[in-house]
Design a protein around this ligand. Structure first.
Ligand SMILES: [Zn+2]
Ligand SMILES: [Zn+2]
Length: 251
């Protein structure tokens, strides 16, 4: 039971910091927050992504390139240009590392205002940090796994952030429904996103990439992350730039 709880907590809370901090804040700047709140997000992202920590800078810059070049040859990840999801993720990992280590020149439009905490990112992305989390997970499994199949979740935990990335960057560009005609292959994975904290409304998001709310097109497409953001906004922890939540679909 403890293993299932751990997997669910890391899945949903890790995903929350990916979509809330890396995606909606670092890449799209849909809200503002204090320097203290920003630093807190860096630390919480490290805690909940653990062994698969992604830096706001690497993620934010690469993701802006995805929107600018979606499904063209310059897209850092697209099902149109990779033969399968694993090939795409390997290419994505390499591009992410090149950006993160500043080994490739990147246009200013992709880097402007993307938050970076260089010392912390270097530590949180280090092999020491990744091994620390891996040993912690293995120790937890050693004490709490009651049946053999629970160990199958261990590699999922090690690679949680890339798995989240693959679900959206591959599957939400291949399978699902479309609310808006756009110039790329983005889809909404589910009518109600129970799995991806709102990231599953990917077609809505490609159409309105600066909107804080990824849902709100139909009555059922409720975005859990946006609900939490509204609470943080009411508590004045963040300030959402665009609180207009309803958008009509093209159809
Ligand atoms: Zn996309
Ligand atoms: Zn985006």
């Amino acid at each position: 039971m403890e293993i299932i709880i751990l997997v669910l907590v890391l899945w949903y809370v890790g995903l929350f910091f990916q979509t809330f901090f890396l995606h909606r804040y670092a890449a799209h700047q849909t809200f503002t927050m204090s320097n203290f709140a920003e630093k807190t997000c860096f630390i919480l992202t490290w805690i909940f992504q653990g062994s698969s920590y992604l830096s706001a800078y690497g993620y934010g810059v690469m993701h802006r390139m995805h929107h600018a070049y979606a499904d063209t040859e310059k897209d850092p990840h697209s099902p149109k240009y990779d033969k399968n999801a694993f090939a795409m993720m390997w290419r994505t990992k390499n591009t992410y590392q090149q950006i993160n280590k500043k080994r490739i020149a990147v246009e200013e439009q992709f880097t402007v205002n993307v938050p970076q905490w260089e010392a912390f990112d270097a530590f949180a992305s280090s092999i020491v940090s990744r091994l620390f989390w891996a040993i912690l997970y293995i120790t937890f499994f050693y004490f709490f796994a009651d049946v053999w199949w629970q160990w199958l979740f261990l590699p999922v935990i090690f690679l949680m952030a890339p798995i989240h990335g693959m679900i959206i960057n591959w599957f939400a560009h291949v399978y699902g429904s479309v609310n808006f005609k756009v110039n790329d292959t983005s889809k909404n994975l589910f009518p109600f996103d129970f799995l991806m904290m709102g990231e599953g409304y990917h077609n809505n998001h490609h159409k309105h990439s600066t909107r804080a709310n990824f849902g709100g097109v139909k009555t059922i497409d409720i975005d859990p992350t946006y609900m939490i953001m509204k609470v943080l906004h009411a508590l004045k922890i963040i300030h959402i730039k665009d609180t207009n939540t309803t958008v009509k679909s093209d159809f």
